[in-house]
Design a protein around this ligand. Structure first.
Ligand code: B1M
Length: 206
């Protein structure tokens, strides 16, 4: 069985069909990681491509995102990371940025790997990250940004966290974020995807 039905249902913005197709793929024994990468993320990449060339508009991008989220809820219990994560992670999408699918994925994988996760959602100002990390004695703050414009905010947020003197580690990620950029802004870690984020979190808190 392929993941084509999942991909197609996202492209048609049919939440119920996405849920059904993900369930069927799981029942057929398709690897959840393949369902995620080829079916769900694959479709979102195509949505992004079509948006770039003007073949899709914001409302359609949003409908596709909602369809993907419906699928993610089904797959969530199957995305088992190996255990061993210890410590508390605060995560959020930086101020000015409303994208949350990648951040949610990182959050899910961290939880299933054993970390305690406080997810602050989207459009999170620097002081909210700092205050939450302080109150909860967090080990890592994870920042997500999907826009080139909010990469600047990400840099400012990392800076504010460093200046707060909390001693909490920072990890950054999101489609436009690179390892080089992470170094440039002084983040302690960078992760390309949710799986890498778990590995890095373990190393940072070891
Ligand atoms: Co937006 N959007 N969007 N969008 N959107 C992009 C990002 C864009 C690349 C589309 C395009 O032009 N091709 C483009 C950005 C261009 C740029 O900045 N260079 C763009 C734009 C322009 C915009 C608006 C400005 C459009 C407008 O209004 N004119 C607007 C901005 C709103 C705002 O944020 N202020 C906007 C709005 C939206 C929606 C709200 C409609 C919707 C988001 C809904 C939601 O998230 N709930 C949306 C969507 C869906 C997308 C695309 C199509 C898909 C994003 C996605 O969910 N990908 C996107 C195109 C694309 O990325 N291909 C696009 C799937 C997800 C699993 O991947 O988030 O990359 P990703 O996460 C990955 C890794 O990056 C990593 O792990 C995940 C994989 O495991 N990762 C982390 C992510 N965060 C991490 C944190 C970590 C570690 C790893 O912490 C340590």
């Amino acid at each position: 069985m392929s993941t084509q039905a999942i991909y197609d249902a996202i492209m048609e913005f049919e939440d119920d069909d996405v849920v059904e197709a993900v369930k069927e793929a799981i029942e057929a024994g398709v690897d959840p990681q393949i369902i995620l990468n080829e079916g769900l993320i694959g479709a979102m990449d195509e949505v992004g491509r079509l948006f770039s060339i003007g073949d899709l508009y914001v409302p359609e991008m949003l409908m596709a995102a909602n369809a993907m989220k419906a699928g993610m809820q089904v797959i969530k219990p199957y995305l088992k990371g190996d255990d061993g994560g210890k410590g508390l992670v605060v995560i959020g999408t930086v101020e000015g940025d409303l994208h949350d699918i990648g951040k949610n994925l990182v959050s899910m994988m961290m939880e299933s790997a054993g970390f305690e996760v406080i997810d602050l959602g989207i459009d999170v100002p620097a002081d909210k990250f700092i205050e939450t990390a302080k109150t909860n004695n967090a080990g890592i703050i994870c920042l997500s940004a999907l826009l080139t414009t909010t990469m600047t905010t990400m840099g400012e947020t990392v800076d504010a966290i460093k200046k707060s003197g909390l001693g909490v580690k920072t990890m950054v990620g999101g489609a436009p974020v690179t390892e080089e950029f992470a170094k440039e802004i002084g983040a302690d870690g960078f992760a390309e995807d949710a799986g890498e984020a778990v590995v890095f979190a373990r190393n940072l808190l070891a």
